[in-house]
Design a protein around this ligand. Structure first.
Ligand code: KG4
Ligand code: ZN
Length: 331
């Protein structure tokens, strides 16, 4: 079964061609980072306009790279939520229109489910597992008992982990998006240099990053800029360590309390080198296995959408012309 996956939920336009749920024949991402960078964050109106300009040529190129003629597709999959309404509508309308014209069936995919299952693009993981999805828009923890069988354990009460990275990077003048830049800068810094706080919540499987973000802001404004400029790497490393600790603690606690032996990461922040290293170390000590997708499958991509769509299409799933974008879709 050859499936086209299309993803336009936020600021990346992505298209992939996946054969039999395993063989990835093309996986293209067109990033809008340069468009939004001057604003230090995503401008929704500009994001949807960019998708409109890019989607058709990107899909054409993905099919060409895959060596697949449009008529050879068995199905299409497209993210229909959660995300920015205008952005979602571009991908969804594109696929819906094509499906209507060609008769090729399509299914709408939940972006969060795609992150939760993206590991299967590279390896098999036995159920049940804990899925930690940490991205620019979400920080969520689930028990995954099978395809389509998810239990929501907790999530962020304020900012998403990636949002905290992006905002702190903006405060420090490091550009947008901030995750990769802070990750790289932190490698040169001392992670014990600044004692940033770790939120302690009453709900054990939830997360909170806004207090940490405010704490970094206070630290920077208390010091004169010419002083903290010299300790950028230390601040980045200390901030990152706090984020990583706050992602690891609820996840390992859930693993211990629920007796789950496997963890799977997903979402842009799970590309973070310190999170990958420390989670592996701490989980190893607890006898829990950790699985990470390659960084290109952590950030938004069409392959994970094609993967979820392949399962749904194989089970006979179909969506029609009535499916609408759902910016607040949950899993
Ligand atoms: O999953 P994703 O591509 O898009 C959303 O669905 O949000 O995640 C993007 C987020 C951004 O906030 C970005 O700063 C963060 O992931 N990110 C990272 C790293 N690479 C991307 N955060 C920390 N370390 C990284 N290496
Ligand atoms: Zn995402």
């Amino acid at each position: 079964m050859i499936v086209l996956g299309v993803e336009t939920s936020c600021d990346d336009t992505a298209a992939a061609v996946l054969e039999d749920r395993r063989a990835l024949r093309a996986n293209l991402v067109s990033s809008q980072d340069a468009v939004h960078a001057p604003y230090g964050g995503i401008v929704p109106e500009m994001a949807s306009r960019q998708h409109i300009g890019v989607i058709q040529p990107l899909v054409d190129r993905a099919l060409e790279e895959a060596g697949v003629a449009p008529g050879e597709l068995d199905g299409m999959a497209v993210t229909y939520g959660p995300g920015l309404t205008g952005s979602l509508l571009v991908g969804l309308s594109f696929v819906k229109g094509w499906s209507f014209r060609s008769g090729i069936p399509y299914v709408g995919v939940n972006h969060l489910e795609a992150h939760v299952l993206s590991i299967f693009l590279e390896k098999e993981v036995a159920f049940p597992y804990l899925a930690l999805v940490a991205s620019g828009g979400h920080t969520l923890l689930y028990v995954v008992r099978g395809f389509g069988d998810y239990e929501h354990l907790g999530g962020t009460l304020d900012d998403a982990a990636g949002e905290a990275y992006d905002k702190v990077a903006k405060m420090m003048g490091l550009g947008f998006p901030g995750g990769r830049v802070i990750d790289d800068l932190a490698k040169k810094g001392d992670l014990r240099a600044v004692a940033f706080p770790r939120a302690r919540l009453r709900t054990p499987y939830d997360f909170s990053f806004s207090g940490l973000k405010t704490s970094v802001w206070h630290y920077l404004t208390r010091k004169r800029q010419d002083r903290w400029r010299d300790e950028m790497a230390d601040i980045a490393a200390s901030f990152q360590e706090a984020v990583v600790d706050m992602l690891i603690a609820p996840t390992l606690r859930a693993a211990a309390e629920l007796g789950i032996e496997r963890i799977v990461l997903g979402g842009g922040v799970s590309a973070n080198s310190r999170l990958r290293g420390k989670m592996a170390e701490k989980a190893g000590e607890a006898g829990v296995e950790v699985n990470y997708p390659s960084p290109r499958f952590c950030t938004d991509n069409g392959a994970m959408v094609a993967l979820v769509g392949s399962h749904r299409l194989a089970q006979g799933g179909r969506n029609g012309p009535r499916l609408n974008a759902d910016p607040a879709l949950i899993l």
